[in-house]
Design a protein around this ligand. Structure first.
Ligand SMILES: Cc1cc2nc3c(=O)[nH]c(=O)nc-3n(C[C@H](O)[C@H](O)[C@H](O)COP(=O)(O)O)c2cc1C
Length: 365
């Protein structure tokens, strides 16, 4: 189909699936998991309400106890978590939806209160994030300087990605997204502002992309490339992340992902949840040109911007974050050009059904 005939509401092929439209629910942490970091029944209801999205990307989910950085986030490393997630994917599939899981290791964005045995969070290098506090069960706390990972610990982290990917398959997901954005572990390895290692995982661009590529390879070994996506925020500074020259870094990463025949690349444009334009930032369209799979964009999209991005061929898919929190029927609202409910930030993280299951649909006035 020529780009001009493709709309936000046209179907699109993702791996073996025909997605009903190009509207994606962005990954959204809601901190509502139960004991053992197991998703609760209300989480199945929440995602099922949004199942008419072409694709749902489930909230960031820790691949291991060490990968956790926020209170009440779900995991995908225990049998109970797999069972909890299975109820969620069943509910979404019953409504005809498609859903991938976002695989997460937070690296240094954590706190001993959230770590097994109260240990220090880990990172490529012992550099503390500036100006960020950790969200723990007992409130916001200063983030300590992390412990630098030993080289011989990295195969274990790659194995955690592999196991988490296999668990996601067992839990009935339709694919997985590797979280390499927003200043978490893989992003910390990518950037020279957080990675000052002198081993094979630091220094050159080739070395700094190594962990992200190895983790993705492990996941692709479980799923095949075409049901795997990877999320990046090349010019975002979220969680005190910085790189001296991100353009060649991310172009090299894209080349490596092309070799793995990845299903999609998910690009946060600008600063996550903030401005889309960043002074001095490189032109992200080079990534669209270079990547061979589906190109998904996110950050501050509204109906007009999203329709233009698809119709012009600038993107294949558009992910919406906050609009999906407050509009369970976002797809229908976008179709009709209807007004959107405003999100209530006070209920973003933690709590129960309020601000989770109770946003009204159009037909509920
Ligand atoms: C409450 C909340 C939770 C979020 N959780 C995640 C997450 O788990 N993983 C992730 O990659 N991004 C996360 N983000 C970022 C969103 O996916 C998205 O990039 C951001 O909200 C910008 O898109 P929007 O303008 O459509 O909201 C979160 C954002 C919000 C507001």
């Amino acid at each position: 189909m020529p780009a001009s005939e493709t709309s936000l509401f046209s179907p699109v092929r993702f791996g073996p699936y025909q997605l009903a439209n190009r509207i994606v629910m962005a990954p959204l942490t809601r901190s509502r998991a139960g004991a053992g970091d197991v998703p609760r029944a209300m989480t199945a209801a929440y995602y099922a309400q949004r199942a008419d999205a072409g694709l749902i990307i489930a909230e960031a989910t820790q691949i291991s106890p060490q990968g956790k950085g926020y209170a009440w986030t779900p995991g995908i490393y225990s049998d109970a978590q797999v069972t909890g997630w299975k109820a969620v994917t069943d509910a979404v599939h019953a409504k005809g939806g498609r859903m991938v899981l976002q695989l997460w290791h937070v690296g240094r964005i954590s706190h001993p209160d959230l770590q097994p045995g109260g240990q220090l969070p880990v990172a490529p290098s012992a550099i503390a994030p500036a100006g960020i506090e950790a969200f723990t069960e007992t409130g916001m706390k200063p983030i300590p300087t992390p412990r630098a990972l030993e080289t011989d610990e990295l195969p274990g982290i790659v194995a955690d990605y592999r196991k988490a990917a296999a668990n996601a398959l067992a839990a009935g997901f339709d694919g997985v997204e590797v979280h390499a954005a927003n200043g978490y572990l893989l992003d910390q390895f990518l950037r020279d502002g957080t990675n000052t290692r002198t081993d094979a995982y630091g220094g050159s661009i080739e070395n700094r992309v190594r962990l992200a590529v190895e983790a993705t390879e492990a996941v692709v070994g479980v799923w095949g490339g075409d049901r795997v996506g990877l999320r990046i925020g090349p010019v975002s500074t979220r969680n005190d992340i910085a790189d001296s020259n991100p353009e060649p870094l991310f172009l090299h990463l894209v080349d490596r992902l092309n070799a793995l025949k990845l299903g999609y690349l998910h690009v946060i444009e600008g600063i996550t949840g903030g401005p889309r334009e960043v002074e001095g930032a490189f032109d992200l369209s080079v990534l669209r040109k270079r990547f061979n799979g589906l190109y998904m964009v996110n950050n501050g999209y509204d109906r007009t911007l999203a329709m233009t991005a698809i119709a012009s061929g600038a993107a294949d898919l558009v992910a919406f974050g906050r609009p999906f929190i407050s509009n369970p029927d976002l797809v229908e609202r976008l179709r009709r050009g209807a007004a959107l409910n405003a999100p209530d930030m006070a209920t973003f993280y933690g709590g129960g059904e309020k601000g989770y299951l109770d946003y009204p649909r159009l037909d509920e006035g």
